[in-house]
Design a protein around this ligand. Structure first.
Ligand SMILES: Nc1nc2c(ncn2[C@@H]2O[C@H](COP(=O)(O)OP(=O)(O)OP(=O)(O)O)[C@@H](O)[C@H]2O)c(=O)[nH]1
Ligand SMILES: [Mg+2]
Length: 318
């Protein structure tokens, strides 16, 4: 029996974390029926329906393989849970594929208490999806944001990550381990945009971590991004630097105009998905990206991504 999307939406709106796994299952079902049910679910959770932006702080944690993202999340989880903050983690792995329901190469080795209802950890793979990972990740974030205080997306990538996590997250954290020069080079060369927060992991390794921190601070200053905090964190117990990281995350979030950044992210996601689904020609018929942006500017700022896509479809049929 499949869950009723409207009822799921109501439970999520009421803050029932128990409804989250079923909602995520629905979102992962990319069949036409699943898509239709997901659209009904998400319509109940759009900012227009909620009466404002969902309260969760959506945080993207990205960085090279093995940089220490999951370990950092384990340490963050401990601190957040000790403060009574609820957390959902979406571990998105662009390289692994689902096989018979189980995940090959699960990268989310995140310590947590499985009995704790205030924590949800979900791994998603499916690198072969149309439009990449941005669409289902955005939908999952929309479903989880009314329920959890923090929604964190862990994803592997450096520079132009194919998951475009920054389009979904309020705050993007790039995680680097000491001695890995790639991120430094990408920043210097302007291949990579400055993140909102930069974390050097494995600070317990000592001098090499301090040197990495100094070099990254210098690289950020050189590209005019000296406001970006660069923190050194050791995630293995006894963890160090986690409180400072939480402060930096909260500080960044407090400075955001949420309605502005999220509605503009929803519009660009809608345009991206529309052109992935119907092709550049369909976008061209709307007057290209500019034309599509003008069309969407007439939509309510609280419209969900799928509602915006529907508006583009309707305009393209006229
Ligand atoms: N010394 C030390 N080792 C760490 C620290 N954080 C992570 N590690 C180690 O680094 C390795 C990779 O850590 P993960 O947290 O799995 O890294 P990840 O970025 O999530 O890896 P992928 O998801 O596979 O890309 C593990 O062997 C960790 O034990 C740290 O603060 N100090
Ligand atoms: Mg990991």
């Amino acid at each position: 029996m499949s869950a009723d999307p409207i009822e799921l939406g109501e439970r999520l709106r009421a803050g029932d974390a128990g409804a989250a796994p079923a909602a995520l299952n629905l979102i992962e079902d990319r069949s036409p029926e699943g898509r239709e049910q997901t659209a009904r679910l998400l319509a109940t959770l759009s900012p227009s329906a909620l009466g404002g932006e969902a309260p969760a702080h959506v945080i993207g944690i990205t960085g090279p393989p093995g940089a220490g993202k999951s370990s950092l999340l384990s340490a963050l989880l401990r601190a957040w849970r000790a403060a009574g903050v609820s957390v959902a983690v979406l571990a998105v792995d662009p390289s692994s594929k689902r096989s018979g329901g189980s995940l090959l190469g699960d990268r989310a080795r995140i310590d947590h208490d499985p009995a704790d209802r205030g924590v949800l950890i979900r791994s998603t793979a499916a690198g072969e999806r149309l439009g990449g990972l941005a669409a289902p990740t955005g939908e999952a974030v929309a479903a989880l944001s009314p329920v959890f205080d923090r929604v964190v997306i862990e994803t592997v990538g450096v520079g132009q990550s194919e998951t475009a996590v920054e389009d979904v997250a309020d705050t993007t954290v790039v995680v680097v381990q000491p001695g890995s020069g790639d991120t430094l080079q990408f920043l210097k060369a302007g291949i990579m945009e400055a993140p909102d927060v930069l974390v050097v992991t494995k600070a317990d390794l000592g001098d090499i971590a301090l040197r990495a921190r100094g070099e990254l601070t210098g690289a950020l200053a050189a590209i005019g991004a000296s406001r970006v905090p660069v923190l050194a964190v050791s995630s293995l117990p006894p963890a160090r630097g986690v409180e400072e990281l939480i402060e930096a995350l909260d500080h960044h979030r407090a400075g955001l105009d949420l309605v502005a950044i999220r509605s503009s992210a929803r519009r660009s996601a809608a345009i991206g998905e529309f052109s992935a689904e119907y092709g550049e020609r369909a976008l061209g018929a709307l007057g290209g990206r500019r034309g599509a942006e003008r069309l969407l500017a007439e939509q309510p700022s609280g419209a969900a991504v799928n509602e915006l896509i529907a508006a583009l479809c309707q305009a393209s049929r006229q």
